[in-house]
Design a protein around this ligand. Structure first.
Ligand code: NAI
Ligand code: MG
Length: 500
């Protein structure tokens, strides 16, 4: 078994040196001292390993002023291909510093080193490069016009896509740097400037990223990072009158609060919120792939994914077989230090999340769910939760309705397609859903009927950078990724030209 506590002496020298510094917000291209600070704790040990400044409303104001000035400065005058090249250089620098940044991210979050390397660095660089291409491809339209009350001469019309302005990005800790890049890259491609508020648990990768952006040629003020908590730093950004758009990923409760806060100011809002995404296995599922996919859709990243496959619905004819297969995988998962290459799952992000998850497991059992594996907390200073399966659940049980955001799968069987559509759609959330079948008619029918922003067929969590990713129902408004995300950071200007 891997050890539970991180051995920080195994980190590379770059990460060790970086972690040892006192950390403060990155504003206007440099360090910005704050009056107050807080401490980061290692989720594997509960030990404090770094301190971070808390940006006050005044500090947030300094960041917004810098972002506004950058819009009117060199950045605002850059040609689209210069923005493209800067994003491409940033992707290269992210990869070149990938070992250091993934180690930093792993220590803060408890996520496996392989995951932070693959997703925050690998996928993050991929998103930066994809979005870089959009900088030169923002187009308007032209048309010959016919305005009834202007009868002389000719009229030509054309439109521009202008950057929406200063974007406030508020992100969570579960895939911290990658989500920050999802938010920043389309904004930058569109010509906006950004004030990023990382989650309090995971601010360091974003601060390091902002330094790399300067190295890549982004002028000071284009990317500012305000560290701190939600009620002080986050809300100051949301309420700031000179921020044009808020893009947020996090809980539905805070998303709702942001929607209410911004309603009166007409700030644009893009909200990617919670999920309770179903996996639906029909009797003809390709089980060799479906069973491991079902296990890893929930145990991957310790269940801390907004689109985790957290509800498993299996046709009655294969229910016992699928459940046994998933449980076998769960029981083979080595839980331990995320820095240990032998670990297959690390801790959840904080003690508070561990307590919350354990509470939801206990509630499900009390409501009559059958605990098939896991459930028992792992003793010690780390916030570990074992892979857990609750079977034979009913739709009204708490762990079926609430986003758990931990390695806890709920499973139930079904008999008919109509029954499983009703079960899948019986949720306040609508982020993702996967359907496992080789029946083409069923694929199309299910894709039409499921109430979710992303439908995956014979695969789960397939998030391609070219496909918009956004929730239905209480999973949010707007979408990340794809052309949709780039256009969301623009405003249209139309021009009419009269000539003889
Ligand atoms: P959260 O929604 O409170 O935090 C997300 C971000 O919003 C953080 O940067 C936080 O500092 C900021 N924030 C918090 N309150 C704010 C406010 N009033 N104004 C502006 N910004 C604010 O999520 P939290 O507390 O970290 O996790 C709680 C639960 O939320 C999780 O158990 C999970 O169910 C859900 N969640 C869902 C995520 C997703 O990707 N869908 C990501 C993170 C959490
Ligand atoms: Mg919260």
């Amino acid at each position: 078994m891997p050890r539970l506590e991180n051995d920080l002496s195994t980190l590379g020298t770059a990460a060790q040196a970086y972690l040892g510094k006192p950390h403060v917000p990155h504003i206007d291209g440099g360090r910005h001292e704050t009056a107050a600070s807080y401490e980061l704790t290692d989720p594997t040990s509960g030990q404090v390993f770094a301190s971070v400044g808390i940006a006050s409303a005044n500090d947030v104001d300094a960041a917004v002023k810098s972002a506004r000035a950058a819009l009117g400065g060199t950045w605002g005058r850059m040609r689209p291909n210069e923005r493209e090249l800067a994003l491409l250089r940033l992707a290269d620098l992210l990869e070149r510093n990938g070992d250091e940044i993934s180690e930093i991210e792993t220590v803060c979050s408890g996520r496996l080193l392989g995951h932070t390397k693959g997703v925050d660095i690998g996928y993050g660089a991929h998103v930066l490069r994809y979005m870089a291409g959009w900088a030169t491809k923002l187009e308007g339209t032209t048309a010959r016009l016919s305005i009834p009350y202007i009868s002389d001469g000719e009229l030509a019309g054309f439109t521009y896509r202008e950057p929406i302005g200063v974007v406030g990005a508020i992100v969570p800790w579960n895939v911290a740097l990658c989500i920050a890049i999802w938010k920043m890259a389309p904004a930058l491609a569109a010509g906006c400037t950004v004030v990023l508020k990382p989650a309090p648990q995971t601010p360091l990768s974003a601060l390091r990223f902002a330094e790399l952006a300067l190295e890549a040629g982004f002028p000071a003020g284009v990317i500012n990072v305000v560290t701190g908590n939600g009620p002080e730093t986050g809300i100051a950004l949301v309420r700031h009158p000179d921020v044009n758009m808020i893009t947020f990923t996090g809980s539905t409760a805070i998303g709702r609060q942001i929607a209410l806060e911004t309603a009166g100011s007409f700030k644009r809002c893009s909200l990617e919120l919670g999920g309770k995404s179903p996996l639906i296995l029909f009797e003809d599922s390709p089980l060799d792939r479906a069973i491991p996919a079902a296990a890893w859709a929930i145990f991957g990243n310790h269940g801390q994914n907004c689109c985790a496959g957290s509800r498993l619905y299996v046709h009655r004819s294969i229910y016992d077989q699928v459940l046994a297969g998933v449980v076998e995988i769960a029981e083979g998962i080595a839980v331990g230090s995320p820095l240990d290459p032998g670990s297959m799952m690390g801790p959840v992000v904080t003690r508070a999340q561990q307590t919350r998850i354990q509470g939801l497991i206990a509630k499900g059992q009390a409501e009559g769910a059958r605990l098939v594996t896991g459930g028992t907390p792992i003793d010690g200073p780390g916030s570990y939760v074992p892979p857990t399966v609750l079977a034979d659940v009913r739709p009204d049980m708490t762990p079926v309705r609430e986003e758990i955001f931990g390695p806890v799968l709920v499973a139930a069987s079904f008999d008919t397609e109509a029954e499983v559509i009703a079960l899948a759609n019986d949720s306040e959330y609508g982020l993702g859903a996967s359907v496992w079948t080789n029946d083409l008619g069923r694929v199309h029918h299910m894709t039409r009927q499921l109430e979710a922003g992303s439908i995956w067929i014979n695969v789960h969590n397939a998030l391609d950078v070219a496909m918009p990713f956004g929730g239905w129902k209480n999973s949010g408004v707007g979408a990340d990724l794809g052309e949709t995300a780039v256009l969301a950071h623009t405003k249209v200007k139309s021009a009419v030209h009269h000539f003889p």
